[in-house]
Design a protein around this ligand. Structure first.
Ligand code: NAG
Ligand code: NAG
Ligand code: NAG
Ligand code: NAG
Length: 184
């Protein structure tokens, strides 16, 4: 009798632990499942942007990159590679300093890309775009770093970013749309 009661008790508690384990794992998978950050690129100070200046082969394009980290983990960016492209030609590197993106916060990163003007003006497409009043650039970036969850778990992560930036020359305005993908 004692042995039987013990077996039932063991069975019930094993079942209980299995259920608790399933609940915890499900919670971790849903809550901590990495979400892709939202990225916005806003070129700033466009009124003062001059593509062609005497004695200079580059033109600095200032911009603010807004990164919304929707995750319960922070992301520490260690390395990065980012550039601007006009059609298939890389026309500028975008410097992005190492930094921390805390969990569930929005971070604005200011940067400036030195556009190699000769690459742009050598492209006949550029001049027809200028005549049309609109020209587009793409921005591509890979952020390399670590995701930290509840200060304990550290995982290597990469964030891949692809943006289209559209400049309206007559309105001296720009808009962007980005997609991003986080890979652990
Ligand atoms: C450009 O360079 C030339 C020759 O080096 C110089 O005479 C001129 O003043 C420079 N122009 C500007 C705007 O710096
Ligand atoms: C980031 O910049 C945008 C516009 O440039 C602004 O609306 C927003 O408040 C800024 N966010 C933070 C956290 O600084
Ligand atoms: C520039 O991008 C906008 C928005 O993505 C698109 O509608 C437009 O056709 C593009 N224009 C050129 C000249 O590539
Ligand atoms: C550019 O801006 C002007 C003035 O705001 C507007 O009339 C025009 O439709 C815009 N062009 C494009 C392609 O969005």
């Amino acid at each position: 009798m004692v042995a039987r009661g013990f077996k039932i008790c063991l069975l019930v508690s094993s079942l209980f632990f299995i259920i608790v384990a399933i609940v915890i794992v499900t919670l971790i998978l849903t809550m901590f499942k990495p979400k892709n950050p939202d990225i916005f690129i806003n070129p700033v100070d466009l009124e003062n942007f001059q593509l062609l200046t005497p004695n200079s082969t580059t033109a600095p394009l200032d911009m603010v990159v807004t990164i919304v980290n929707p995750n319960y983990g922070s992301f520490k960016q260690v390395n990065s590679g980012a550039h601007l492209k006009y059609r298939d030609t890389i026309i500028a590197e975008v410097p992005l300093e190492a930094r921390l993106f805390p969990a569930r916060t929005t971070t604005n990163v200011s940067t400036s890309a030195d556009i190699t003007t000769e690459k742009l003006i050598a492209d006949p497409n550029f001049w027809s775009d200028v005549e049309g009043g609109v020209f587009n650039l793409t921005a591509e970036a890979v952020l390399d770093g670590k995701v930290t969850m509840i200060k304990i778990f550290k995982l290597k992560a990469k964030i891949y970013i692809h943006c289209g930036i559209s400049f309206n020359i007559t309105a001296v305005d720009a808009s962007s749309s980005c997609i991003s993908k986080i890979k652990l």
